[in-house]
Design a protein around this ligand. Sequence first.
Ligand code: B3K
Ligand code: ZN
Length: 848
Amino acid sequence: PQPTLLASYQPYPYRIGDVALTFRLDPRTTRVLSRIAFAPNPDRPGRHDLRLDGGGLTLIRAAIEGADIDVTADDTGLTIPAALLPDGPFTFEAEVEIAPETNTALEGLYMSGGMYCTQCEAEGFRRITFYPDRPDVMAPFTVRIESDMPVLLSNGNPGASGAGWAEWTDPWKKPAYLFALVAGDLVAVRDRFTTRSGREVALAIWVRKGDEGRCDYAMDSLKRSMSWDEEVYGREYDLDVFNIVAVDDFNMGAMENKGLNIFNSKLVLASPETATDADFERIESVIAHEYFHNWTGNRITCRDWFQLCLKEGLTVFRDQQFTSDMRSAAVKRIDDVLQLRARQFREDTGPLAHPVRPDSYVEINNFYTATVYEKGAEVIGMLKRLVGDEGYASALALYFDRHDGDAATIEDWLKVFEDATGRDLSQFKRWYTDAGTPRLHVSEAWSDGTYTLTFTQKTAPTPGQDQKPPRVIPIAVGLLNPNGDEVVPTTVLEMTETSQSFRFEGLAARPVPSILRGFSAPVMLERKTDQAERAFLLAHDTDPFNKWEAGRALAKDVLTGMIAEGRAPSTRLVEAMGAVLRDETLDPAFRALCLWLPGEDDLAQALADAGRVPDPAAIHAGREALARAIAEANAAALSAAYDALASSAPFSPDAGPAGRRALRLTCLAFLNRIDGGDRAAALFAGADNMTESAGALAALLDAGRGEAAIAAFHDRWQGNRLVIDEWFMLQMLHGNPARAPETARKLAAHPDFDWKNPNRFRALLGGLAANHAGFHDASGAGYRFYADWLLRLDPVNPQTTARMTTAFETWARYDADRQALIRAELERIAGQPGLSRNTGEMVGRILG
Ligand code: B3K
Ligand code: ZN
């Protein structure tokens, strides 16, 4: 297939005045009638054919200005020759037939658990009717739904309705990817919100009967999001209703359709008994994210899909700010950087590396990546640091003012910052156009009270980009004196050259530097230092991110030494961990993060970076050995903390109690290595919430005594799909990794393995891929099993299959045998007749 290129962008030759759609719903033969008012686009003078996108549609009838025309569609759409079109504006009508029941790809109109729902981003609307399915074509929509389903929903405000039909009007012009329709036997949990200018908004979360008791947290998160966006960004909601629908079969997390957000039920439904603290936090942030899209995405959308980061990077940045305000900013920053490194750095240093704004794609759904989302958010964080909080606020005000109603570009975005602050951002723009994570090397010099830091930046070539000119890097630095007092508070150094020095004068003693505070740029810091200095910063740094980072780097040094050189666990680290654990002045959630050892995939990358070939089994064994050493040396403190953190208060999902549970479960994970699972068994028996229940089950599996608990957990929760997903996932992630391929095979044969459901598929197969030592088992059994299932899912659901090929993106790190095994699986997939375009593109890129 031919790639689509950013450089080939052309405006669509027509504009749309309005769109009227009628749906006659039926599982096998849904009729969609459309009436679209077109007018020539003055930005594309001349006469043009009318090209409409469409896929999998049966055309029943098409008409121009009310007169039937004879056209035939191919498998990508239909073209009406200019000769058949009037000179000025005209109306196009079509009637098509589709079969939602057989739509297993979950794109377009499909069915989930007996209800009708839609997913149109990025290019799903063309599976509903013929249309210019591109984000720069925007129009107001009116929708009529005819169905005997009791609840009929679409975008915008409700209009007239009667038995078996309902009408909806969306007054805001929007691109087709924001279209949504839902019809089902649903119940609503309702609430209200009054915007600060006095608009009364009726809020509703629609779920299947029986689920209405698990919507409170989502509703509360929605109201807090609405207030926050008013307070912090001055953005108000703009319709009379805001509807959220939970569906069980969904390819990703959620979707920001105008006025009708559709969510994976995992990100709506929660109660203390069924959801973990991590689930609650994720629900809060995704509810906020989708709500924030109403301004950053919907009111201002993207000109084309290359600009995806315009809405996604910004909306992730906004949801991160929201969570920092609702919870602990330090903990949130650490969590975000952990995710960034685990997913985005991994992507950016491998065969799938691409710019935050890509310039070519075969299948756009393959570009909803950590780079576009999370690195896209980091780039905005850097921009904010460079222009300051006030500069950021005025640039954003200008952005909303200037571009409301537009389909905008990254150039537009940068221009508002330039106009609002007077800064030249031409070099900064490289963060959007150049792929790859810069390595930032630091060296230092000290003489006569002057301390000099010299930085050198270097970015390795990425696919299709050999040259990497220097970028602007904001480096937040603070200096401590040898007593641990801060002598230079956080200062932002602005690096613009390949190599650059910065001097600090008038210091009484050689300082200890704290570099890249708050993780001020998404780079890999390279600095020669020793364990003593890392332990010093862990004890004294005033910047919470760098305090955590020092402990993390220390743990990584120790672990790579243990794994690659057979060194003993470092007593310095073991003691430093004990000190953090006992430091009651620190937030429990922060202490839990400090104690948590780097993951195995992370260690594999660290070893590869150091020029070594990672051995997955040795990594697992090394990490286990260090965890055990920490547990043995700190047994009394861990046990005391574990007991002291027990709570008899009623469950609250708030950050405070959640942080105490996180620390307590971290203590458990260490103690579990020396108590044979006794505490875990007691906790499992007594837990009244899913956080502790799942934590205890994980520990029991790790201790090799999970069997009875696995059975009991399944018995108790077999009616709850989301909890059963967790049940599959925990078994894949915990226990002896050598048995993971076998466990996977056993679970795939379980009657509950409903593999066409993306959550269930991800629980088992995603769980296997996340079990580093199990997935990379030397026999290749993990790879083979995984590839078998990708091949099975591909014809059913190409989008989810393609996304999951990323388990193989790190193949080049490993030894020749594993490389050969992985390549063989990738080639087997690539050679599959009829392989989807989605998976074909991904596998091709991974193979290089
Ligand atoms: N915009 C959607 C993602 C659509 C993914 C299409 N493959 C959810 C979000 O980012 O909020
Ligand atoms: Zn988004």
